[in-house]
Every structure is written in C-alpha cells, then in structure tokens.
Design a protein around this ligand. Structure first.
Ligand SMILES: [Cu+2]
Length: 138
C-alpha cells in the first residue's frame, strides 16, 4: 500500500518536471501512538521542515500525546520522577496534546541536525515504553 503510494508520488514529481534539489527538506513522517510504544515510520530525517502525522491507535483506551525533545540522551534514559519525564530539565521543541483513540493530528517543526526523543508524558506512559528516538541529519 505504502510502496504504491510512493510510486504514485514519484510519478507525479517526474511528470510535473519538479526536481528535488539538495536543500529540499520538506518531510512527513507517520507516527503511531500505542499504549506501550511510539512507532515511527523512520528514525532518520534531514534537517528542515518535518511534519509529524500522528495517529493514536484505535485500540487505545485513553488519549496520548507526543512531546518532542532535543537531547543527546538515549530515549530510555531521560530524567524522570514518579513516572513522568522532567520536561523542564530538557530542551522541549514542541508538543501535540491529547490525541484520542483512533484520531489523528499533525504538526510541523523546523528541526536542526541532532538527536531528538519523542515521548508521551502522560503519567506512567514513558515508563510503559512510550518513547523513541529521531535523528536529524544535516
Ligand atoms: Cu501515552
């Protein structure tokens, strides 16, 4: 399904004569929120404009969120207390709040090269495994 979609996109780009040049950096990444993980379509993107298309799995029993943090720490080693990551001790880039089960939200960020972490910081969710890493390359 995905592959077919990409092929169609490439075909359109070629047909319209658009040539993605070196600084082309408009990317969309699909993210799925599960109760015990955050699934990213890819963990490496180019610096520039990134749109996150976030879907909360229909089987979830409550709303989740996505907090984007720039840090060199591994995604499972952030400072936390009582089941929540201490966001004030970290460089928070942005947040998408309360994505209800089965619903989607999208948000865009302009990202510099570096190591980022995505978490859900609803109480206890980080400890349940709702975290993942994202690397932004120059
Ligand atoms: Cu959550």
């Amino acid at each position: 399904m995905h592959a077919t979609h990409r092929m169609t996109l490439i075909a359109i780009v070629v047909a319209s004569g658009m040539t993605p040049h070196a600084s082309w950096s408009q990317q969309t990444v699909n993210a799925t929120l599960l109760s015990d993980s955050i699934q990213l379509e890819t963990h490496t993107v180019k610096a520039g404009r990134l749109t996150l298309d976030i879907r909360s799995d229909a089987n979830n029993t409550m709303a989740h969120e996505l907090v984007l943090i720039k840090t060199n720490l591994p995604d499972d080693a952030l400072p936390a207390s009582k089941g929540q990551v201490l966001e004030h001790k970290l460089k928070k880039i942005g947040e998408i709040e309360d994505v209800a089960p089965g619903k989607s939200k999208r948000a865009s960020f302009t990202l510099a090269p570096g190591h980022y972490v995505l978490i859900c910081n609803k109480p206890g969710h980080y400890a349940m495994g709702m975290h993942t890493a994202l690397v932004v390359t120059p």
